[in-house]
Write a protein that binds this ligand. Structure first.
Ligand SMILES: NC(=O)c1ccc[n+]([C@@H]2O[C@H](COP(=O)([O-])OP(=O)(O)OC[C@H]3O[C@@H](n4cnc5c(N)ncnc54)[C@H](OP(=O)(O)O)[C@@H]3O)[C@@H](O)[C@H]2O)c1
Length: 294
């Protein structure tokens, strides 16, 4: 008899990472994918109902309040979705014995470190979004549930709201692009995050001591660049008909409601040691993404 396929409950199915996860998780089980229309993560009771009705073996939480600047004036909602909801998911996961996979952000750091951040480095978020995501991590860690938290950074892909698509649009509309050159990080393609997550999940059942795996991992593309460097690569790899002039500006010349870390490069060593997985360099990944989008 064919063994029953396990159920994977996926939130945020319409997001950059969630959309890619629908495909990447499909070989691993029966994916029950929900968007905000089917499950509002600001509604704690709705979260508990969804988990109890689905009885998943794995919960993958790709939903988040990701509007970094808007969060400064919508702190309660950001904390409900990013802070409280993951804790409730973790409690429900513990109740039904499910594994919880969750995503967090480089914006938990203040950016003052000169080298790449390790998972053990102290967090000091500069804004509401980072603080709300850190609260989510802590809620999961304080629970008794089996969990994998993946901190990623500068996510882009072929759909959704992201820097790549914004720059491609602006490069068609404007003669000059003025882009911040003093914030450093690792742009990371949403598809690679989803595929690495699925690979990790496929390793868990075969691992001799899966309990040793639970915890926090950094999961980003390798290398580092600035937003200006990222824009230059976008223009080089997929030049628009009339390429705009690209100007490097300091953060101070582009004030936004939320402060960003000057350095949010994450070390991926722990992920590589635990699972033998490493994402490619950000530039190679961008080329793959642009190739895939035609
Ligand atoms: N984007 C980045 O640059 C970045 C950087 C570092 C870490 N991350 C983290 O990576 C993960 C995935 O991010 P992403 O870029 O894929 O985000 P995204 O494209 O903004 O998608 C987030 C999804 O969350 C859903 N959502 C928002 N509020 C919700 C609510 N109240 N109830 C239920 N669903 C809600 C939205 O659903 P609907 O579309 O259905 O409304 C949206 O599709 C998140 O944990 C994020 O914090 C992202």
């Amino acid at each position: 008899m064919t063994p029953a396929r396990k159920t994977i409950l996926l939130t945020g199915k319409n997001g950059q990472v969630g959309w890619e996860l629908q495909r990447a998780l499909a070989p691993l089980g029966r994916v029950v994918a929900l968007g905000s229309g089917e499950l509002d993560l600001a509604d704690g009771e709705a979260i508990r109902r969804a988990v109890r009705e689905t009885r998943p073996a794995v919960i993958v939480n790709a939903a988040a309040y990701t509007a970094v600047d808007q969060a400064e004036s919508e702190a309660a909602l950001a904390h409900a979705v990013n802070g409280a909801a993951p804790r409730i998911l973790a409690e429900e996961a513990a109740n039904c014995g499910a594994l919880l996979v969750h995503y967090s952000t480089d914006y938990v750091f203040d950016g003052k470190k000169t080298g790449p951040y390790a998972e053990s480095d102290p967090c000091a978020p500069l804004g509401v979004y980072g603080a709300s995501k850190l609260a989510g991590e802590q809620g999961i860690q304080a629970s008794a549930c089996k969990h994998l938290i993946f901190r990623t950074s500068w996510v882009y892909g072929s759909r959704g709201k992201n820097f790549l698509l914004t720059m491609q649009r602006l490069s068609r509309e404007r003669e000059t692009l003025r882009v911040v050159a003093d914030q450093f990080g690792a742009p990371t393609w949403s598809r690679l995050i989803a595929e690495a997550s699925a690979q990790v999940l496929s390793q868990v059942p075969r691992h001799p001591s899966p309990d040793s795996l639970w915890g926090l991992y950094h999961l980003t593309c390798a290398g580092r660049t600035s937003w200006h460097g990222f824009t230059q690569a976008i223009l080089d790899l997929a030049p628009p008909p009339r390429p705009p002039r690209l100007e490097a500006i300091p953060t101070a010349a582009y004030p936004l409601p939320a402060k960003r870390p000057a350095n949010s490069v994450l070390s991926n060593d722990k992920l590589q040691r635990a699972f033998g997985l490493a994402l490619p360099d950000w530039h190679a990944a961008l080329a793959l993404c642009l190739d895939a989008s035609g």
